[in-house]
Design a protein around this ligand. Structure first.
Ligand code: ATP
Ligand code: FE
Length: 337
């Protein structure tokens, strides 16, 4: 069975083709237009999706070596995300699926990030056993999710303000490093001292996260240092990046350890754009050694937004015959289901 996946929730237009749970193609057009603005400009994002969607879908089908008539269903991101961006993928899917007379499957983008762990390139690729915990860290979300089954997930904790990726991007912006900040901070951090500077860590109960205090602490400290030395950032950017990354990873892992303790589940995965971060990946390996966790770290290409994760979620919803009617609209707000 061939399934087409479509992702357009933010600034990546992506299409993927799967044969059951085996990925055949995954084509993504990233939008460089936002770089000069230091963040995603929603209107520009939807215009770029309009331009990209047809060529990206064509390329995905071509790379998979199939025609659109061979598809059994189209899975698409219905939300959450930017409304104007979602509308392009949702409207395209409705027209495309209707014209082919095949079902549509609506996918929650966050569920897609988590189920990226089930994308297989070869039948023998291993996947996590249920239940497992997943740290979902992306541009808009930071959550600890208990994954009971493909279509059964519970959010055990989540950020009460900013997401981890958002905090990294904002701190990178105040350092004048460019957008998106995550990969830049990651690169600089590899050459810096993680203990050079200390930034504030939140003290909130339970499994929830908070990153706005850290962001403010970073901004105020930086302002003071730059006042004393205008070249401060240039001279210390590696140490600043390493210390920022170290603080964020500490915050993330502390609550994750608590979640493991509370649930007794030692199969622990990480997903979302921030899971590309090398400091976070190292912390996972370290925890596996220290605490006997079995860890699941996605391939880099499945961390940030991609349609393969939408296609695999679509595949498991297809098996449940969980289809979407044509009247369902896109949704922008964060919900898990
Ligand atoms: P959401 O999935 O919550 O709707 P999103 O789709 O915008 O948000 P993703 O594409 O999953 O988020 O992730 C993007 C985020 O990942 C950005 O904040 C980016 O800076 C961050 N990121 C990407 N690569 C790295 C990296 N190597 N280190 C740290 N952060 C990274
Ligand atoms: Fe995402």
């Amino acid at each position: 069975m061939y399934i087409l996946g479509i992702e357009s929730s933010c600034d990546d237009t992506s299409a993927a083709v799967l044969n059951d749970n085996i990925l055949l193609s995954n084509v993504t057009a990233s939008q460089d237009v936002h770089r000069e603005y230091g963040g995603v400009v929603p209107e520009l994002a939807s215009r770029a999706h309009q331009q990209n969607i047809v060529p990206v879908v064509d390329a995905a089908l071509k790379r998979a070596g199939i025609t659109k008539e061979q598809l059994s269903a189209v899975a698409f991101t219905r939300g959450p995300g930017l409304m104007g961006s979602l509308l392009v993928g949702v409207s395209f899917t409705k027209g495309f699926a209707r014209s082919l007379g095949i079902p549509m499957i609506d996918v929650n983008h966050l569920q897609g990030h988590v189920l990226a762990h089930f994308i297989k390139e070869k039948p023998e690729d291993t996947t996590p056993p249920f239940p497992f915990l997943c740290l979902l860290v992306s541009g808009g979300n930071s959550q600890i999710v208990k994954v009971n089954a493909y279509n059964d997930m519970e959010v055990l904790g989540q950020t009460i303000d900013d997401a981890a990726g958002e905090a990294i991007d904002k701190c990178s912006k105040v350092m004048g490093l460019g957008y998106p900040g995550g990969p830049i901070i990651d690169r600089l951090a590899r050459q810096g001292n993680p203990l050079a500077y200390k930034f504030s860590e939140p003290h909130i109960p339970g499994l929830d996260y908070s990153f706005s205090g850290l962001k403010t602490s970073f901004l105020y400290s930086l302002r003071k240092w730059v006042q004393d030395d205008p070249d401060f950032i240039e001279h210390h950017k590696n140490d600043l990046a390493a210390s920022l990354e170290h603080t964020i990873v500490n915050i993330l892992m502390k609550k994750l350890r608590l979640a493991v303790k509370q649930t007794g589940i030692k199969h622990v995965a990480v997903a979302g754009g921030v899971s590309a971060n090398n400091g976070l990946r190292n912390a996972f390996h370290d925890h596996a050694k220290r605490f006997g966790w079995t860890i699941y770290i996605p391939k880099f290409s499945y961390t940030t937004d991609n349609a393969a994760m939408i296609g695999i979620t679509g595949y498991y919803k297809y098996l449940d015959k969980d289809f979407c009617s044509i009247d369902k609209p896109a949704f922008s707000k964060v919900t898990f289901k």
